[in-house]
Design a protein around this ligand. Structure first.
Ligand code: KIV
Length: 272
């Protein structure tokens, strides 16, 4: 049993802050449904993100933009019902917080009330600060997300590494400080140079969780379906595959089909 598996105490934003202070890395993964969230929580993951990547891996959309607030609430509530220990964060979907801080608060309140999650995550820095402030003023914990922010993919025009140029890197560091000052409890940094990830993690006191941001940040996050090898369509450099569930499931389903066709299944013992 791993150290993390032996722990039963619920992870809170305060626990994450303590982990950063004592240099203990934070393990975060996505989950979108009850059954897999139960496994992820039981395996000792500190933070479960109900990511809007559900739009890609659960619904098959090319981007994260189409997923709706109702759909995120459905996924969030399913995950929360499975989890005992991990901190559960729900992504606020595209169109529910940008440009209208009152709507942002209404959306965040719906997420907290209807899923019973622990926090919400929003993508962006200074441009969405008003929304972040309003959500925080209602006592809702907010996780920020900077660097490659997939909800802005049409603005970027590419999923390539962000903030390689000085100007963008400078804005990213400034945004991280703004998020910290506003009261965010953590920040996700996606697909940026490792050196910049290290700078941000040093510059702010709140935990910085990376996905393609190097190993000098305070923790790591991956999309569950990518790291388990269920989804084969996505192979960025930062992704480590821990399993090839695509092959395993294909094999198991293939065996089932063969057994049905050959009337090997069900056997005498498998019928009444
Ligand atoms: O939606 C998601 O899964 C995310 C992670 C990539 C951090 O935001």
């Amino acid at each position: 049993m791993s150290v993390a598996q032996g722990r039963t105490k619920k992870v809170t934003t305060h626990v994450l802050s303590e982990m950063k202070m004592r240099g203990e890395k934070i393990a975060m993964l996505t989950a979108y449904d009850y059954s897999l969230a139960k496994i992820v929580d039981n395996a000792g993951v500190d933070v479960i993100l109900v990511g809007d990547s559900a739009s890609n891996v659960m619904a098959g959309w090319e981007t994260t933009l189409p997923i709706t607030l109702d759909q995120m609430i459905y996924h969030g509530a399913s995950v929360v019902r499975a989890v005992h220990r991990s901190l559960v964060v729900v992504d606020m979907p595209f169109g529910t917080y940008q440009g209208n801080s009152k709507e942002a608060l209404t959306s965040a309140i719906r997420i907290m009330k209807e899923t019973a999650a622990d926090a919400v995550k929003l993508e962006g820095g200074s441009e969405i600060l008003e929304s972040i402030n309003r959500i925080l003023s209602a006592g809702i914990p907010v996780m920020g997300h900077l660097g490659l922010t997939p909800q802005s993919i049409h603005k970027f025009g590419t999923y390539t590494v962000r903030a390689k140029q000085e100007e963008e890197a400078k804005k990213l560091v400034e945004d991280a400080k703004l998020l910290e000052e506003a009261g965010c409890f953590a920040i996700v940094l996606e697909k940026i140079p490792a050196g910049l990830g290290a700078v941000v993690a040093q510059e702010v006191k709140i935990p910085v969780i990376g996905i393609g941001a190097g190993n000098q940040v305070d923790g790591q996050v991956l999309v569950l379906h990518d790291m388990l090898g269920i989804n084969q369509e996505f192979s960025p450099r930062f992704l480590r595959r821990y399993h090839n569930l695509f092959a395993e499931i294909t094999g198991a389903v293939g065996n089932y089909v063969e057994d049905v066709k050959s009337v090997d299944f069900p056997s005498e013992r498998e019928q009444y």
